[in-house]
Design a protein around this ligand. Structure first.
Ligand code: HEC
Ligand code: HEC
Ligand code: HEC
Length: 102
């Protein structure tokens, strides 16, 4: 139920192309072999003033439609690597522990 509400909110926001709003998808845990990664909407949207449309829907849809990317793909600009390239944000080539927690 919570999920349906969240997705509806997301669609509404994307429809208007606006970044008003409290912070969309919340904290999302991406489980993987390198150690869990928690992606924070709060840090990215409120903290870094990114718009929903900087990530949705060209990079991400939802947890259920998650397309896993490997680190090699990220180093070529996929997923988190679209920004975490050492210019816009710290690079996926280093700082592993900033994203991966045990
Ligand atoms: C910096 C990138 C980024 C920005 C900006 C961003 N999101 Fe997300 N969003 C994500 C990621 C990553 C996921 C997880 C998708 C996945 O697992 O493939 C996600 C997932 C979601 C989900 C689905 C959650 C679920 O339980 O499936 C919603 C809803 C959402 N975001 C809404 C928003 C809204 C609304 C905004 C603007 C206020 C926003 N997002 C801004 C990266 C972002
Ligand atoms: C900007 C955040 C970020 C940084 C920095 C980062 N990773 Fe990742 N990594 C992720 C995310 C998110 C996933 C899961 C991606 C998915 O599910 O789509 C992942 C997946 C992985 C995986 C499993 C997939 C694969 O490629 O085998 C390994 C292993 C991994 N990371 C190792 C590392 C190492 C080693 C470093 C440091 C050189 C690193 N990561 C730096 C976010 C990051
Ligand atoms: C649209 C651009 C964009 C995308 C996509 C993006 N980030 Fe970020 N992220 C940023 C910026 C900008 C910063 C702040 C600059 C810095 O710390 O280098 C940041 C900072 C962070 C931080 C530090 C947060 C803090 O609280 O200080 C983490 C952790 C992080 N990102 C993880 C991720 C992960 C994991 C993904 C992929 C699921 C991701 N980011 C995708 C732009 C992005």
């Amino acid at each position: 139920m919570k999920k349906i509400v969240a997705i509806t909110a997301c669609i509404v926001l994307m429809g208007t192309g606006s970044a008003l709003a409290a912070v969309g998808g919340g904290d999302i845990t991406l489980k993987n072999k390198g150690g869990d990664v928690v992606f924070s909407h709060d840090a990215h949207v409120a903290g870094m003033s990114l718009a929903c449309t900087d990530c949705h829907d060209k990079l991400y849809l939802s947890k259920s439609q998650h397309k896993a990317a490997g680190m090699k793909q990220m180093q070529k600009g996929k997923s988190c690597g679209a920004c975490h390239d050492g210019k816009k944000a710290f690079s996926v080539k280093g700082d592993c522990a900033k994203c991966h927690k045990k």
